[in-house]
Design a protein around this ligand. Structure first.
Ligand code: UN1
Length: 489
């Protein structure tokens, strides 16, 4: 397979190429034309030129294009899911979920074409009318990760497009094949030239040129905290609007009264689903002492039974991690962890037919407050068990993380559940459900080190991609001055 960059409605050859590799067997999935810095200029000027016509296309019609994208994604769901699994390794059932999230987002944001709600409010002066409307921001740059190569981009692409912006998308170089296949769906749906541009390249240069480009007014980034921070510095100096979605150290809190079987199922799914490479993956299990013994025993047993392998095999539970570097990073963090806590299961690189990048699902017991395992995101199949005495202590342990994306609590006591809903400080809170499974109609994002105050998905996603414009219409025919200057008292 071969894929190219998409600039101004054309697939563009590169001077050089790079490859994308299937992490389950190290086979080459596709050859990709490598974008250069000059392509950034070309893509930005295409997006800039296309902006006016797209902005003036009635929003309901922009929405209809999104519906068409949703329809094509539905027709191609299986084909895209298979490619997605080959490109980045997640098991096929989850690849289907990744594509489904984009289908849902296409229809949800397509509907925004007939809303994009602003508001009117009463005004203080006679014969004057006031309203607030949403303007598109202009040319936007989107930089996305490999772990949800269709779902996460769709959280950015669909709201940006329906609001009337034009886009340059720089996906992760780990998942270029599925990214280009996604853009082909927009092409098939009839996206006008220049409205949606795709640039693929390894390394940081292209992304950096996009971040620094003066005509890109808004940036939306999901990925590592280190990269996010450096984008924030650059964007801050250039006074750009920026949405960041970065690390997590999500916890499942388990109270003594929890339904044990449910906790076991939910913890395995939240910690080892997507091989622990979800931003919402559970990596801490904060357990009240009374249930800890039984829970550890059951979890250890079940973790041992998880089947590792190629995600295209529907019997496989856990696919590979994204690449060799990730495998080595995970293993070295686990080795450091083994010095501060006890390994219950896993803690080794796994051999599946001698190929690919597999890591055994790993459980740590006796993890201490302030330790590396408690604090640092590993982004792999590693779950750390921390014991606590009470709900208050559990919440305190949860909230002291430098990240704040997702927390779940298992309890059958309504008073504890409501206390947790009030006192947990993360962007997502689950009661009797693991830390993953956010639905696209609600805001998604985190507090503290996870984000910078913006949210994706839901109507909240529109905030990043629109500018409020307040409009006053004075139909009095005379000078009314400002209402503050007319008061007699
Ligand atoms: C992510 O965690 O990286 O909440 C995205 C979920 C999915 C998306 C997660 N809707 O599990």
């Amino acid at each position: 397979m071969k894929f190219q960059n998409y600039i101004n409605g054309k697939w563009v050859k590169g001077k050089s190429a790079f490859q994308t590799i299937n992490p389950a067997n190290e086979e080459i999935v596709a050859e990709i034309a490598q974008a250069e810095i000059s392509d950034v200029d070309a893509a930005v000027s295409a997006a800039k030129n296309a902006f006016n016509a797209w902005r003036l296309t009635p929003a309901p019609l922009r929405g209809e294009l999104l519906f068409k994208v949703g329809d094509i994604l539905k027709q191609k769901k299986e084909e895209l899911s298979q490619l997605l699994t080959r490109d980045m390794g997640k098991v096929i059932a989850e690849a289907r979920g990744d594509v489904q999230e984009a289908i849902d987002m296409a229809y949800f944001m397509g509907g925004e074409g007939r809303r994009l709600l602003g508001y009117t409010a009463p005004v203080e002066m006679m014969n004057k009318f006031g309203m607030a409307v949403r303007d598109p921001s202009g040319v936007v740059g989107l930089i996305t990760p490999w772990n949800f190569p269709i779902a996460v981009p769709s959280w950015k692409i669909f709201p940006a497009l329906v609001a009337g912006n034009t886009i340059i998308w720089k996906p992760s170089p780990e998942t270029p094949a599925i990214s280009a296949a996604f853009v082909k769906v927009f092409e098939e749906a009839g996206i006008p030239a220049g409205v949606f541009n795709l640039l693929m390249a390894p390394g940081a240069d292209v992304a950096k040129a996009l971040v620094d480009h003066p005509d890109v007014r808004v940036l939306s980034f999901t990925g590592s905290t280190t990269t996010g921070r450096s984008i924030a510095e650059a964007a801050g100096k250039l006074n750009k609007k920026l949405s960041l979605e970065m690390g997590g150290k999500n916890a499942i809190i388990v109270m003594d009264d929890a339904n044990l079987d449910l906790v076991v199922d939910a913890s395995l799914w939240a910690a080892f689903g997507t091989t622990g490479q979800r931003c919402t993956a559970a990596s801490r299990l904060i357990v009240q002492k009374g249930i800890a013994g039984k829970l550890k025993e059951a979890l250890t047993e079940r973790t041992k039974k998880l089947k590792l392998g190629d995600g295209l095999d529907s019997k496989v539970d856990v696919g590979p991690v994204i690449n060799k570097t990730a495998l080595e990073r995970i293993h070295s963090m686990v080795q450091a962890g083994a010095k501060e806590a006890r390994v219950l299961v896993g803690a080794s690189v796994a051999d599946v037919n001698g190929k690919g990048f597999f890591y055994s699902p790993t459980l740590f017991d006796g993890v201490k407050p302030g330790s590396m395992l408690e604090a640092e995101e590993i982004f792999g199949p590693v779950l750390s068990i921390i014991e606590v005495n009470s709900l208050e202590e559990a919440i305190e342990v949860n909230n002291r993380s430098k990240y704040g994306l997702s927390t779940s609590i298992f309890t059958q006591d309504v008073n504890r559940a409501f206390t947790a809903m009030r006192d947990i400080f993360t962007g997502l809170v689950y009661i009797n459900h693991g830390t993953t499974g956010a639905e696209i109609q609600f805001p998604f994002g985190g507090v503290r080190g996870t984000g910078n105050g913006h949210r994706e998905a839901g109507q909240a996603a529109l905030e990043v991609f629109t500018e409020w414009k307040s409009i006053y219409v004075d139909y009095s025919g005379k000078l009314q001055r400002a209402q503050i200057d007319n008061r007699e008292e």
